[in-house]
Design a protein around this ligand. Structure first.
Ligand SMILES: Cc1cc2nc3c(=O)[nH]c(=O)nc-3n(C[C@H](O)[C@H](O)[C@H](O)COP(=O)(O)OP(=O)(O)OC[C@H]3O[C@@H](n4cnc5c(N)ncnc54)[C@H](O)[C@@H]3O)c2cc1C
Length: 451
């Protein structure tokens, strides 16, 4: 009698999805060889994004291709489907998903059955109903957004350099970032540094002409590095003439004017929204238990609470922090937990298939490192506080050690060495976003409008 292989379905190809699948294909090698197990990964992109490198990609220190890891190459023993899971019926052990082909064929979603489910779709930007935000805001979670923002900033400098209208120039040179976590602070720090450098090559745009504003609703920024280093970061940013506004919110950004809760008004074409994340909406389209904040209810063994054969980890999952010493505390949504949880998750699924006992996930947060631009940084790791160049250097060493695959490590290192020897790239390739524009114009169409 031929028995069907046990199918492990991994939803999401990010930190958790990729590392769990990597661990599973290593641990379950004999079962995979004998055809007893099958691992299927469904993710909207054929690559995993190493998000901590996005600010450096935006600054041009790392090329976009090297910030991502091709799933098909690293997950050779898995079946990778580029698609989006739309809903999950765990009672029936079925997920329904769409692909680019289903959209083209108009066939609607396809169903896939599974035996074990790893649900890791991560998080999405936590937006608020701020008027104008949906029309003008820019996020900073994907490689496309990071590169789009880099092109946009340089394009604004080109507009400012060529306009004769002072109002247009002022709006073009005003950059508003909302949210003082590491995504917002690092993105602002790196982009301001890049724009400052680029301004050397403009005859009529100086670094002092630009306004960079960081808006944070709470009284501190970078909570990940602790209160003292957060204060240090504020002072460093202010020394660079960056306008850091604490206990301030963005009220509206309609008609390209950012209005803050302290009454300030900034005409601007750039509002970057990095005010936190919320669990992925896919979780609500499942029959799995969620907590009051919409995260998947998980046990310390990374199993979904009360749903046998379902597993979760990363930003999407509420995993108890067993090191906290107080009940009800959850692991924070960050890469430090995601990557370690993925390893335990892979080992636990393997153990469960082999009827062995499961281990608890226990990791005490060790602190964080953040880059604030070239040769500038801040760190608070294992109780040690570092500032400036040493922190920046540690940031690079840490992330180089963490970025997956030797191939990626070598490419990123080579880029850093080369950018140390030669000058930085300061071109905007925004036209890459409209590859057909030139041909359409030649064929009698209209030039696309600037967004
Ligand atoms: C700019 C930036 C900088 C950061 N820097 C740091 C840092 O320095 N240190 C740190 O610890 N953390 C950092 N983080 C946070 C860290 O990247 C996240 O905590 C981590 O990526 C979470 O891993 P995850 O697997 O849960 O989610 P993700 O890595 O986001 O992966 C989710 C995956 O699910 C896929 N997916 C989404 N919807 C579906 C669907 N419907 N069907 C199938 N797949 C789907 C996504 O495409 C993605 O591949 C940073 C985040 C950002 C945005």
């Amino acid at each position: 009698m031929v028995t069907e292989p046990v199918r492990i379905l991994v939803v999401g190809g990010g930190y958790v999805g990729m590392y769990t699948a990597l661990c599973l294909q290593r641990k379950l090698k004999p079962e995979l060889k004998r055809g007893e197990v099958e691992i299927v990964v469904i993710s909207p992109d054929p690559y995993m994004t190493y998000q901590p490198f996005l600010p450096e990609a935006a600054a041009g220190s790392i090329s976009p291709r090297h910030v991502v890891v091709p799933l098909r190459r690293v997950l050779g023993a898995c079946r990778v489907i580029v698609g989006e899971v739309q809903s999950i019926d765990h009672a029936k052990r079925t997920a329904s998903f769409t692909t680019l082909a289903t959209a083209e064929e108009g066939t609607g979603a396809l169903d896939i059955a599974y035996d074990e489910l790893v649900l890791a779709p991560g998080s999405v930007s936590r937006t608020l109903p701020v008027p104008g935000l949906a029309d003008h805001g820019i996020g900073f979670k994907t490689v496309e957004e990071a590169i789009g923002l880099r092109n946009h900033v340089i394009e604004q400098m080109d507009i400012a350099s060529s306009t004769r209208d002072p109002a247009v120039r002022d709006a073009a040179l005003t950059f508003v970032f909302v949210g003082g976590g590491y995504a917002g602070v690092e993105a602002l720090g790196e982009l301001e540094d890049m724009a400052r450098y680029a301004s050397r090559y403009y005859h009529n745009v100086k670094a002092e002409d630009m306004k960079w504003i960081l808006v944070e609703a709470s009284g501190r920024i970078l909570p990940e590095v602790g209160a003292e280093m957060g204060k240090y970061t504020v002072s460093q940013l202010r020394k660079r003439n960056i306008d850091v506004r604490l206990e301030t919110r963005l009220d509206t950004c309609e008609d390209r004017v950012a209005v803050l809760s302290d009454g300030a008004r900034f005409p601007t074409r750039t509002v970057v929204w990095t005010a936190g994340v919320k669990p992925h909406p896919l979780l609500a389209a499942t029959d799995l238990p969620l907590n009051e904040r919409g995260r998947l209810k998980c046990t310390a063994e990374l199993a979904v609470d009360g749903a046998p054969h379902a597993w979760g980890a990363g930003d999407a999952a509420a995993v108890p922090d067993v090191t906290a010493g107080e009940p009800g505390k959850e692991c924070a949504p960050n890469a430090q937990h995601a990557v370690r949880q993925a390893k335990v998750l892979g080992e636990n699924i393997t153990a469960s298939l082999r009827q062995q006992s499961l281990q608890e996930y226990a990791h005490k947060y060790v602190g964080s490192v953040a880059s604030l631009g070239l040769h500038k940084g801040v760190a608070h790791v294992y109780g040690r506080k570092l500032r400036g160049y040493p922190a920046w250097f540690m940031h690079r060493v840490y992330h180089l050690s963490r970025v997956p695959t030797v191939n990626r490590k070598s490419r990123v290192l080579a880029e850093w060495v080369l950018s140390g020897l030669f000058k930085r790239e300061i071109v905007s390739l925004g036209s890459l976003e409209h590859p057909r524009a030139e041909f359409e114009l030649a064929a009698g169409g209209e030039r696309p409008k600037e967004s």
